[in-house]
Ligand binder design. Sequence first.
Ligand code: GEK
Length: 254
Amino acid sequence: MAEDRIYADESDLESLREPFRFDATVAGVFPDMLKRSIPGYLASIEAIGSLAARFVRSGTRCYDLGCSLGAATTAMRQAIKAKEIPDCRILAIDNARAMVERCREILAADRSVSVDTETGPAIEVILGDIRETVIRNASMAVLNYTLQFIEPADRDRLIRRVRDGLNDGGVLVLSEKVVDPDPAMERLLVDLHHEHKRRNRYSALEIARKRAALENVLVPETVAAHRRRLEAAGFSHVGVWLRYFNFVSIVAIR
Ligand code: GEK
């Protein structure tokens, strides 16, 4: 796995002014970046597999919205195949070309599904904006650390469209970086997160640069705001199943 050294070069002052972008450089180191940066990331992927095994129904669709390199798609694919749920389709969507291209390569090379015994779901990797994706006949949708990159003004509509596209009993997994309404708690959680990154071999400089690059690109909200939006959209059950510092994963059932 290629190591994320994007913000490690002390002489590279240009990158200090550049907002974060999902380009080929990021796609090349992405699995390492998420594993070292997002506390609970691997747990979120594991749970997506467990939830797929419980919630995905035959003859329905699963949506991986902001799929990056398809980690959630792979987890759903493996669970659907293991449970032999017939006639499913996974749609993996991302608007970053570099991510989509690499995602197609990774899914094609996934050795857990061999071509001759392929009984798993059909998969489509789509280059597109999730704000425009048609969502229908879905038993599962995943927004794994993606909503935080969507303009706040567009979030209500997107969540409502996800809810409308899910069948009754369908599930949404929403994972997000969050902010705490209590400033002291927020400072503590951010500090714990940065310490976690230092333990994962990011230098103080890399942490500071990444933070600056994500300013206004990743816009976190409170857990309460997410809960309100999901309930207002019409989800019947909403619950936090994972929290690790300022990273949260929520399950919402239609
Ligand atoms: C994982 N879910 O590994 N339309 C489509 N894609 C978008 C949009 C948009 N409007 N905005 C951002 N993205 C993945 C990780 S990463 C999280 C998701 C992170 C895409 C963007 O291109 C990127 O690939 C992804 O959302 C967010 O489980 O980097 O912290």
